[in-house]
Write a protein that binds this ligand. Structure first.
Ligand code: MNH
Length: 463
């Protein structure tokens, strides 16, 4: 016998859509988890039935490519308007996903990513230079500067294109390309919880949304056209997509699909990584002991020298800091899947029909005391090193998703974040602009810190 899945009281037709917090959807999902426990059901508008799972045990069962496949939850479905069948927003089984996935996988592997080291260091040095020039009195916005860093890094490593964000004034106002992308992500999230008819009636937001998509696609097309006119030797992702064939089908990628994948890299590859870096800095400042340990490690490995690719494997604490930040503040805090067939999860307890969406609440799952203990809420990089990370139960640490649709950019993101964090800690004493600041969150497609400012003073003990 199965057990009915509890559901909060909702409205007819709109269901629970209007009850979801507009600035921070996660807040509503967490509140319901506190109220209803390991699982609950929502109706988001008439046609979307969602089952939210909140424990490690249920997630581990759903991490099974034979029983479940990635489905596009509301915000992702909206994002698809701009990214179409790029890797991230392709439907399960959609024709262009396989060739692009197989063709690109090696280029995102650890060895290939190592060859991006110099480009990544180039951009990290721009951030360091900026903070040095601003000096200790300046109130810095790490989320914004890390967004410059990640946007520039993904554009340079994937398509050898310099966005040069560090040479532009404040991102949100004056940079139309970055703003278009950001606004597009925010609007995608909002659209997901509005009935189609309301979306259609909101003409000025729809116009802006379409404009943003156009600015983004024009940028991608410009870059592809330029590359065709001025070919280069570098084996970057764009060259691969233009020149390689999928070994299984013998197919290359169409210009259109290349456009959507370039946009996908820009969109999927920047907010997530900048969020991770900002959260890591926040925690290091909240937990001074962790900052001290990290600095000891970085000083002993780098000293006063410029970082080298061979240093990457000598910074286990730095890696652990990032992993722990990704546990407590996974930038992609929700993921959605569907069962191939009607099925039952939770050891025979909960019936899920094949048209229901399962949403994994990674926020709560990453705090499941059965895996992480009673101090799950605390920032402890020690959990993520010295063999402990490898000894975690399968699928317990899920910031990058799982299975065939897991994040392709994982090695790239981790290496990029390690370089940036190591360079910053090597060069600066960091402090919070407001010592009493408590983490506030803001959500577009991903989760980011809000109103978090720091000071960075060049270290007196360093030349
Ligand atoms: Mn990334 C898929 C998180 C950095 C490109 N990414 C995913 C998924 C998660 C994720 C979670 C799976 C989503 C789902 O199941 O619906 N990604 C991250 C995080 C970081 C990140 C937390 C940084 C930290 N991602 C990057 C970077 C790139 C990238 C950098 C650069 C290109 N991610 C992708 C792509 C996919 C993806 C592409 C889709 C892969 C596929 O489905 O084939």
């Amino acid at each position: 016998m199965t057990t009915p899945i509890p559901s909060p009281p909702g409205l007819p037709i709109l269901g629970h859509a209007t009850m979801i917090d507009k600035d921070l959807a996660l807040k509503s999902f967490r509140n319901w988890a506190t109220q209803y426990g390991e699982i609950y059901r929502l109706n988001i508008l008439t046609d979307r039935r969602v089952v939210v799972i909140n424990t490690y045990e249920l997630l581990n069962e759903v991490c099974n490519d034979e029983r479940f496949y990635k489905s596009l939850g509301g915000p992702l479905e909206e994002t698809r308007t701009g990214l179409l069948d790029g890797l991230f927003t392709a439907y399960h089984g959609e024709a262009n996903w396989g060739p692009a996935h197989r063709l690109l996988m090696p280029a995102f592997g650890v060895t290939a990513v190592r060859s991006m080291f110099d480009d990544m260091l180039d951009i990290a040095s721009q951030l360091v230079l900026k903070w040095e020039r601003f000096g200790q009195a300046a109130k810095l916005d790490p989320a914004e500067d890390f967004t410059r860093l990640t946007l520039d890094t993904i554009a340079l490593t994937s398509m050898s294109y310099r966005i040069n964000s560090f040479y532009r004034a404040r991102l949100p106002k004056s940079d139309s390309k970055a703003t278009a992308m950001l606004d597009f992500l925010i609007e995608s999230g909002l659209r997901a919880n509005r009935p189609a008819i309301v979306n259609a009636m909101m003409r000025s937001s729809r116009y802006k949304y379409e404009q943003d998509i156009k600015i983004m696609s024009d940028l991608a097309d410009e870059i592809v056209a330029d590359r065709k006119k001025n070919p280069i030797d570098k084996p970057d992702l764009l060259n691969l997509m233009l020149n390689e064939k999928d070994h299984k089908t013998g197919l290359g990628l169409s210009d259109e699909n290349i456009r959507y994948n370039l946009l996908t890299f820009l969109v999927a590859g920047h907010e997530t990584t900048s969020g991770t870096l900002t959260f890591a800095v926040y925690y290091l400042l909240k937990y001074p002991d962790t900052m001290r340990k990290l600095r000891e490690e970085i000083d002993s490995v780098l000293g006063d020298e410029v970082m080298q690719a061979s240093d990457l494997s000598k910074l286990p604490y730095c890696l652990a800091v990032l992993r722990e930040a990704l546990r407590l503040r996974a930038p992609a805090s929700m993921r959605t899947a569907k069962p191939f067939e009607d099925t039952v999860i939770g050891g025979g307890k909960y019936f899920i029909d094949k048209d229901m969406t399962i949403a994994a609440n990674i926020w709560d799952i990453h705090r499941d005391p059965k895996v992480w203990g009673d101090d799950a809420e605390e920032f402890k990089p020690e959990r993520m090193m010295n063999g402990k990370f490898e000894a975690l139960p399968p699928n317990a640490w899920q910031p990058f998703g799982f299975g065939s649709r897991a994040c392709i950019g994982r090695a790239l993101a981790i290496q990029e974040a390690q370089i940036a964090l190591a360079c910053v800690v090597q060069k600066f004493n960091l402090s919070m602009a407001d010592p009493n600041y408590e983490l506030q969150l803001k959500q577009s497609l991903t989760l980011k810190p809000n109103h978090f400012y720091i000071h960075a003073s060049p270290r007196a003990d360093k030349a």
